[in-house]
Design a binder for this molecule. Structure first.
Ligand code: RIB
Length: 269
């Protein structure tokens, strides 16, 4: 896993504000997030052996994040501590569970080519899961290095950024939500292996479709896409075929929206 680690500052609102509008929300709640770390946790919870590559700040949040990932069994030896703050995301969650997010990258902005040395250990049978919340050139270089080592690359195009077709072609699959898939199409770069997640409408990978799982009560959708990606990567790395892997991912994503925050609580030891 190469990607971002954020502390999420979450405020509940009845509805999202329009541009120029001020709304009163609830008390802020701090939670652990970041697309990279959320996906790492989801993969670990799904049973994968996970190594995280990324950066946290030299602050209390950075230290707490290392401890938390370790509690999930995630190897944090390739998570650097850099000067400055750990990344933060400011998240509004509305009564319908939908969210809006603004990310202040902090330490995530320090993830660079020098971090890719941690990929030297990759070998056939391994899988590298990537998203776009760190420098996209580093993401592209990481994908190339993993593919060269014979590892499988899974690339989540969130948050959306334009990528060279050659990078997209390295991923099996590229995972996009509906909006990101539309942006890929508009950019003229729809990859051959594209898996599109469509929330309640399920997920589609080429000719294969799996339905979304039933959700008892939507509490918070913040971590749904990340949980899908992490669980999917864990299933593919374990050797599952596409349909069972998508089913496992859809089930994990459905459960993730029934609790607050982007990650579950770590196991008690
Ligand atoms: O995908 C959800 C995540 O996006 C949040 O945890 C937040 O940190 C942002 O990275």
């Amino acid at each position: 896993m190469l990607g971002s680690l954020n502390v999420d500052v979450v405020v509940r609102v009845q509805r999202h504000p329009s541009p120029g509008e001020t709304l009163i929300g609830g008390d802020p709640v701090m939670a652990f997030g970041g697309k990279g770390a959320n996906q790492a946790v989801a993969a670990a919870v799904a049973g994968a052996r996970v190594r995280m590559i990324g950066a946290v700040g030299d602050d209390a949040e950075g230290r707490a994040y290392r401890a938390r990932l370790s509690a999930f069994g995630v190897d944090v030896s390739a998570v650097r501590t850099v000067a400055g703050p750990t990344g933060r995301a400011f998240i509004a969650v509305a009564d319908d569970g939908e969210n809006t997010i603004i990310v202040s990258p902090g330490a995530n902005g320090a993830v660079g080519q020098e971090d890719l040395v941690a990929l030297d250990a990759l070998a056939p049978g391994d899988l590298l899961l990537l998203q776009l919340e760190v420098d996209v050139e580093v993401v592209g270089a990481a994908a190339a290095r993993a593919a060269e080592a014979g590892a499988r690359v899974v690339l989540n195009t969130a948050p959306y950024a334009a990528l060279p077709a050659a990078v997209l072609a390295l991923a099996d699959p590229v995972v996009a939500n509906g909006t990101e898939a539309d942006l890929l199409t508009a950019a003229g770069g729809v990859p051959a292996e594209l898996l599109v997640t469509r929330g309640e409408a399920g997920a589609v990978w080429g000719p294969l479709t799996v339905p979304a799982d039933r959700v008892e009560r939507v509490v918070d959708t913040t971590g749904a896409g990340d949980t899908f990606c992490g669980a999917l990567a864990a299933a593919l790395a374990a050797g599952l075929d596409r349909v069972p892997a998508m089913r496992a991912a859809a089930l994990a994503a459905a459960r993730s929206v029934e609790h607050h925050g982007a990650q579950p609580e770590p196991p008690q030891r």
